[in-house]
Design a protein around this ligand. Structure first.
Ligand code: DMJ
Length: 617
């Protein structure tokens, strides 16, 4: 294999030679060679010379008359033609052969077309599900954080800011549910500022990702930020959302200013803008490192740098702390600024630390050699660490999963994987292609060795995440799964679907059999579909959606969490989490829809699925 290839064919299942650079001179001399061996009429040297001139002339003409293919999108997405300097430009930058898709891939793309009525109908089903979820919430719980659909009432589990209203708002905008945008928007305008000024304790992270993130996304999608996007004419003016966001963020800033280190406290008392550590004193690593997308965007649109400055200090500080091959413990102390304990995992309390490293870098323009390159470096090192220390294969069927190191890298490996880890396939794929399709990224030679490794891992992990659903009797994943390995096995704890070929690979403990309507797997299916165009991700998403419809829908309105996904009928809990409307249904809707809606190279989704625009640099 040629050393000039940027990566080894062994790592990926396509032929890199198809995408290798060839200089125009090489193309020409190769054509000459082919011609002269195939035909005999160029035997005299004058003849060869004339043919050379002829081919060179035709080549020049072809390059100059390339026309519409030689176009480039301008900043606002309109296409302008790059005329004039074409020849010089092409001579400077050698043309490359277009990537050839395997017949399979070509088929996948054709079937995955957004004009396909099958997917349009499925997308409509998700839109109807959102309407049904909202109708239950509106009827029984309007203004509460969450709906308890079985007891038909509301509950304030997140501090009482009407979290479902704000989490659902941008999903309604994206789906074009105008009446819901009006209802939710009117509620925000009439009540939210007052609530914020009166409420007691909230969690910095949860309030930032759900409420602040939701407000900022609603601001953008309703035409704020110089009207780059305007998905709705319903609801209040964009500035209403922005003003509430500023008021909320001003209070949340106390978590940063009260702490003696750059690591913020976990809890804020909204009404008097004070803050304190969580009981036990520690903050979660994921929590302190997953507020930056929101604070950065607020600074950008408000013109006040203070939000971004405070939030980014956390990441700059974490950069200086010792790590294990880029991996970090799940607790950090705001008092000392140091990590606490050795528990390393990409599940709860660890997850979105890794997600924000790459997403904040992308949000800030995704450039190497910028002030934010350190984030890309931290992410790259961490993903290498994941591949080296946390990725294992199950037996007997070889599912690739990400486990945990509860006692650090010197302690024993645990084959436990939270459903929360299923954000990782999507993040890995996004980080690899920077939101472009795999086809485009390959054609433009944009993928490094690391990117290709990460993309491959993304696809393997997405399979394990999907099988966590397939293996259960309900077709819905448990909160936590264990994987059968050489070192770890337990009998009699299968998911209930005996016909699953992974029934022996996946072990589900009694205590972990609940399902909270979580989004991570469908989030990854959505990102992987956009990036690979492989329709299997849509099919899998549809299967999951159907299982939600079958087992979690509550007749009187709304959807509910379940107690045990391994039993049919499953025992039900009594809670519709806000992220079912904010994330799960949004990602499913986007999975079945047109790629041009919230394109991945123009937006980053915060960890609660609220899209924020990528900064133009
Ligand atoms: C959401 O609130 C966010 O996605 C967060 O990062 C993790 N957990 C939930 C959804 O499962």
């Amino acid at each position: 294999m040629s050393k000039s290839l940027p990566y080894s064919v062994k790592d990926v299942n396509y032929d890199n030679a198809k995408f290798r650079h060839r200089s125009p001179l090489k193309v020409l001399s190769q054509s000459m060679l082919t011609l002269s061996t195939k035909r005999n009429y160029a035997s005299c040297s004058t003849g060869k010379f004339l043919i050379l001139i002829l081919i060179f002339g035709i080549g020049c003409l072809l390059l100059i008359s390339k026309g519409p293919n030689d176009s480039a999108p301008n900043e606002k997405g309109k296409v302008t033609f790059v005329g004039g300097l074409r020849l010089g430009k092409l001579l400077r930058k050698p043309p490359r052969l277009p990537p050839r898709l395997s017949p399979d891939e070509g088929q996948l793309r054709a079937n995955g077309s957004n004009s396909d009525p099958k997917w349009a109908a499925r997308q409509q089903s998700v839109k109807d599900a959102f309407d049904f979820a909202w109708s239950g919430y509106r009827k029984y719980a309007m203004g509460y954080d969450e709906l308890m659909p079985i007891s038909q009432r509301g509950v304030d589990g997140l501090g009482g800011l009407g979290a479902t209203v704000v989490d659902a708002l941008d999903t309604a905008m994206i789906m074009g549910h105008d009446h819901i945008v009006s209802e939710a928007g009117a509620w925000v305008e009439a009540h939210l500022l007052e609530r914020i000024s009166q409420k007691d304790q909230v969690n910095l992270f949860e309030t930032t990702i759900r409420v602040l993130g939701g407000l900022l996304s609603a601001y953008h999608l309703s035409g704020g930020d110089q009207g780059t996007v305007n998905m709705t004419h319903n609801g209040p003016k964009p500035d209403v959302y922005l003003n509430v966001a500023k008021d909320l963020a001003d209070r949340l800033l106390s978590a940063f200013s009260s702490s003696p280190t750059p690591v913020p406290y976990s809890d804020v008392i909204l009404r008097d803008s004070t803050a304190h550590p969580a009981p036990g004193g520690m903050s979660s690593t994921a929590e302190v490192a997953s507020v930056q997308l929101e604070f950065n965007y607020l600074s950008a649109v408000s013109g006040d740098p203070k939000y971004s400055t405070e939030a980014m200090k956390v990441l700059a500080h974490i950069k200086t702390l010792p790590k294990t091959e880029g991996l970090v413990p799940i607790y950090i102390s705001p008092q000392s600024g140091e990590f606490v304990g050795e528990n390393i995992r990409l599940g709860s309390r660890g997850d979105s630390y890794y997600e924000y490293l790459i997403k904040v870098w992308l949000q800030q323009g995704g450039k190497l050699n910028s002030d934010f390159t350190y984030l890309h470096d931290m992410y790259t090192e961490a993903m290498k660490g994941v591949r080296h220390l946390l990725v294992h294969k199950s037996i007997p069927k070889g599912l690739v999963f990400v486990g945990e190191l509860p006692y650090g890298s010197k302690g024993e490996f645990s084959p436990k994987m939270d459903h929360l880890v299923c954000f990782l396939p999507g993040t890995l794929a996004l980080g690899a292609t920077k939101g472009l399709t795999k086809e485009k990224a390959l054609a433009e030679n944009l993928l490094s060795f690391e990117d290709l490794e990460n993309l491959k891992l993304a696809e393997e992990l997405a399979k394990a995440c999907f099988e966590m659903y397939e293996v259960t009797a309900t077709g819905l994943a448990p909160e936590i799964a264990y994987f059968h390995t050489e070192a770890y096995s337990e009998d009699g704890l299968e998911g209930g679907n005996k016909s699953s070929m992974y029934a022996k690979d996946i072990i589900i403990h009694q205590a972990d059999r609940h399902n909270l309507l979580r989004p991570e797997t469908v989030e990854s299916l959505f990102v992987l579909y956009r990036i690979t165009k492989d329709t299997k991700y849509r099919d899998q998403g549809w299967q999951i959606f159907e299982a939600f419809e079958k087992y979690t829908k509550v007749k009187t309105g709304g959807y509910t969490s379940l107690d045990d996904v391994t039993e049919v009928p499953p025992r039900r809990r009594d809670k519709m989490e806000t992220f079912f409307l904010g994330e799960t249904l949004k990602y499913l809707y986007l999975l079945f829809g047109d790629d041009s809606v919230i394109p991945l190279d123009k937006f980053v989704f915060n960890t609660e699925a609220h899209p924020l625009p990528i900064k133009h640099t």
